[in-house]
Design a protein around this ligand. Structure first.
Ligand code: FAD
Length: 369
């Protein structure tokens, strides 16, 4: 590529870190600037709150399904070959109750709840659960060998992989996306906006960031309980009897990361405070669907809570935004708005962003000739 390209990624969640890593591995000179970094827990930073597991919710034949397909291969490679990434195999079990057919979660999980979803041919050991083995009021169930990421290990892992590739990191809060050009200080010659591409990975921050202010973004609030107990598998149900925007999922994170009990999917709610009554319902549902969490004869008192938390999924009406744009003379590529699938689509989305960034760099060179 001749002169090393200059790219500034804004955001250090799973989207920003994955994009920065792929760019640096392709020989680009990359800087990352972010208000929050791995290690932080904040309502403006979705990534640390995620489960995070691989349960595709994308419809067949869509670009989202392609992102999930690409990501599966890389997460599988990391799980089998890179133990320090903090990902392990865990069976996913999906239960469908016919009475949930119109619920928010049944709509969100519509692909997951099918008898033969598109991803059945790529995940290992996909099979239907015999009726005689279904618990409680489940009418149907499938299981396969899936993966669960421990974000407390995986985000620092991505960051250190970036450092190994000479990516530079800066703390900073931008009020306008074009301020990102000030953060590329690797060249001895002063940088100008004309030879820099900015990558916008600010998640929900894109709803207020100057130059972007995306009104299609909205939070899908997820309240969780992290416990020390261990679950034998990741379990998801199609709905709950408690509220339409409450969900039931359980997953045990890799390497002693505890077990996440979820949760909620409350669109439009920005509340950062865990609600006590909601937490009680989350724990009760988890013990009901997975009594092995606490051992025979025990109820929620058998759960050993590490922390209660709330994260905001960066949901975007009309779909995630992986797109290029010129803002105030600066070439920008967006990669945000992954809602509840930011990890499981991360490599597919980042690969698409990299393709657009390299197109933008070529356009820049052409424009300068
Ligand atoms: P974020 O992680 O929010 O990162 C945004 C970054 O941009 C931060 O570094 C922030 O500081 C920075 N930023 C924002 N504004 C500015 C600014 N003005 N200036 C500088 N920096 C700025 N996904 C899955 O795939 N599987 C799961 O199992 C899963 N479970 C989830 C459970 C919960 C409870 C939640 C909340 C989410 C879950 N998700 C899951 C979704 C996933 O967490 C998100 O899609 C993903 O983390 C979004 O990552 P991001 O990098 O786009 O945004």
């Amino acid at each position: 590529m001749g002169e090393k390209s200059k790219i500034v990624v804004v955001g250090a969640g799973v989207a920003g870190l994955t994009t920065a890593l792929l760019l640096s591995k392709r020989g680009h000179s990359v800087a990352v600037v972010a208000k929050h970094m791995p290690g932080d827990y904040d309502i403006e930073y979705a990534s640390p709150w995620a489960g995070a597991n691989y349960l595709p919710v994308s419809a067949p034949g869509t670009r989202e399904a392609e992102w999930d397909r690409i990501t599966f291969a890389e997460l599988y490679r990391l799980t089998t070959q890179v133990p320090e990434a903090g990902i392990h195999f865990q069976d996913a079990i999906i239960y469908r109750r016919e009475k949930d057919s119109r619920s928010v979660s049944a709509n969100w999980f519509s692909e997951l709840l099918k008898e033969r979803p598109w991803f059945a041919s790529i995940v290992p050991e996909f099979r239907r659960i015999p009726k005689s083995e279904l618990p409680l009021d489940a009418d149907f169930g499938v299981r396969w060998k899936s993966m669960c990421i421990n974000p407390a290990i995986y985000l620092p892992y991505l960051l250190s992989q970036c450092l190994k590739q000479q990516v530079r990191f800066f703390r900073g809060t931008l009020t306008h996306i074009c301020q990102a050009v000030d953060f590329h200080l690797t060249s001895s010659a002063p940088s100008s906006s004309s030879n820099i591409v900015v990558v916008n990975c600010t998640g929900l921050g894109s709803s207020t960031l100057g130059g972007v202010t995306d009104s299609r973004l909205t939070p899908a609030r997820g309240q969780i309980v992290l416990v020390r107990n261990t679950a034998p598998a990741m379990i998801v149900a199609s709905g709950t009897d408690d509220a339409d925007d409450e969900v039931m999922y359980i997953m045990t994170r890799a390497a002693g990361g505890g077990t996440i009990l979820g949760g909620t999917y409350q669109q439009g709610s920005w509340s950062s405070v865990p609600d006590k009554a909601t937490a009680e319902r989350i724990m009760k549902r988890a013990v009901k669907w997975c009594p092995e969490l606490v051992g025979e004869g025990k109820g929620v008192e058998g759960l050993d809570v590490i922390r209660h938390g709330v994260g905001l999924r960066p949901l975007r009406v009309g779909g995630a935004r992986v797109e290029k744009e010129v803002i105030g003379g600066v070439r920008v590529v967006h990669n945000y708005g992954a809602g509840g699938f930011g990890y499981q689509a991360s490599y597919g989305m980042a690969e698409e962003a990299v393709r657009l960034i390299e197109e933008s760099l070529k356009e820049e060179v052409k424009a300068r000739l």
